[in-house]
Design a binder for this molecule. Structure first.
Ligand code: NAD
Ligand code: UDP
Ligand code: UDP
Length: 320
């Protein structure tokens, strides 16, 4: 059945892939974005589709539209961007989700909240199951993002309990792929751009910290599956790729796949940088019948292709 679906943050990295997928599935898509970190370029190929509509709007302000489903993705996601205006970051998560929950309630829609593995902070147990409450600094530089997303989760579950809205939470772990922001400082985009332009690959710390990287198409599949589950399945549910790599291994793989002459260099680690992060996806496997299918090497090859095109077009890194 064709639905009218709102995607907030739809001009961003994940949002643009989600809009594309929902259009492919035959739905009407309303993309809402204030273009803080997203760009028209990410969705330019969708603008001619008559099922696609774009609205420039900041989710911290109320939004009155008629829709069936909401994917709430609006929020800067990389440390450089969310620390640029930390107060606005918290407002986006907290006021944004209140507005989207108010909208969900009014039109009796269904909402999926994009939460994050950052709700676990610098975790003390590995891998992280959904039951783990996390280890988060409430007053650090990452807090505007971590605590904003934690408060958003609180609001989702309270609207479910108090107002009986149909809402769900997914906790997204590090995801990569085409249309990542070329200079948002995230490790995959940094390493690929550095390798393609022959610059040093910057390992923060000794490169022994780990992350598990999920390719964007796998992640979007899980989000769509979660939205389609019954009302009782509210989550939170972890989605991500459990294959863990050290940052050094990632750097070496990027150098190998690009055939670059770049060297790995060490730089001081950022504050509160989690040492290890790996999702426990048992719930997603059992309840969504989902697990990632795209290996890091294959996903990196596609991502390298995207950044290679971008750099050749002279559309490379730019200031925010
Ligand atoms: P992104 O920065 O590419 O996308 C975020 C989008 O939200 C951008 O288009 C931006 O312009 C928009 N936006 C920001 N503030 C807004 C506001 N006040 N009103 C309207 N639009 C606003 O980041 P992304 O990686 O695509 O992340 C999307 C969502 O997924 C975020 O909520 C993020 O927290 C979550 N997430 C992403 C990852 C990841 O690895 N990419 C991991 C965990 C969680
Ligand atoms: N809201 C919105 N669109 C709607 C309905 C509500 O943006 O279609 C906003 C509304 O401005 C309010 C928030 O969502 O600030 C929460 O709505 P709710 O009905 O829960 O609370 P109330 O309006 O009672 O504050
Ligand atoms: N990192 C790095 N070099 C870079 C960018 C990031 O070594 O050029 C490290 C960073 O310190 C962290 C890991 O890579 O340990 C992942 O960083 P990212 O910002 O991509 O994601 P997050 O820290 O939010 O998981």
């Amino acid at each position: 059945m064709q639905k009218r679906i709102l995607v907030t943050g739809g001009a961003g990295f994940l949002g643009s892939h989600l809009c594309e997928r929902l259009l492919k599935d035959g739905h009407d898509v309303l993309c809402v974005d204030n273009f803080f970190t997203g760009s028209r370029r990410n969705i330019s190929h969708l603008l001619d589709n008559r099922n696609f509509e774009l609205l420039r709007h900041d989710v911290t302000f109320p939004l009155y539209v008629e829709i069936d489903e909401i994917y709430n993705l609006a929020c800067p996601a990389s440390p450089i961007h969310y620390q640029f205006d930390p107060v606005q970051t918290t407002k986006t998560s907290v006021m944004g989700v209140i507005n989207m929950l108010g909208l969900t309630k009014r039109v009796k829609a269904r909402m999926l909240q994009a939460s994050t593995s950052e709700v676990y902070g610098d975790p003390t147990i590995h891998p992280q199951p959904e039951e783990y409450w996390g280890n988060v600094n409430p007053i650090g530089y990452r807090s505007c993002y971590d605590e904003g997303k934690r408060c958003a989760e609180t609001l989702v579950v309270d609207y479910i309990r108090q107002h009986k809205v149909a809402a769900k939470i997914v906790r997204i772990f590090n995801t990569y792929g085409p249309r990542m922001h070329p200079n948002d400082g995230r490790v995959v985009s940094n390493f690929v751009v550095q390798a393609l332009s022959g610059k040093d690959i910057t390992l923060y710390g000794d490169g022994s910290q780990t992350r598990s990287f999920c390719y964007v198409d796998d992640l979007i599949e899980a989000m769509v599956r979660m939205m389609a589950t019954s009302h009782e399945m509210t989550g939170p549910i972890n989605i991500g790729n459990p294959n863990e790599f050290t940052i050094r291994e990632l750097g070496e793989l990027v150098v190998q796949l690009t055939g670059s002459k770049s060297k790995l260099v060490f730089q001081p680690p950022p504050a509160d940088d989690p040492k290890q992060r790996q999702p426990d996806i048992s719930k997603a496997k059992g309840l969504l019948r989902w697990e990632p299918t795209i290996a890091l090497r294959d996903g990196l090859i596609r991502t390298i292709g995207y950044f290679d095109d971008l750099l050749r077009r002279g559309d490379g890194p730019h200031e925010i």
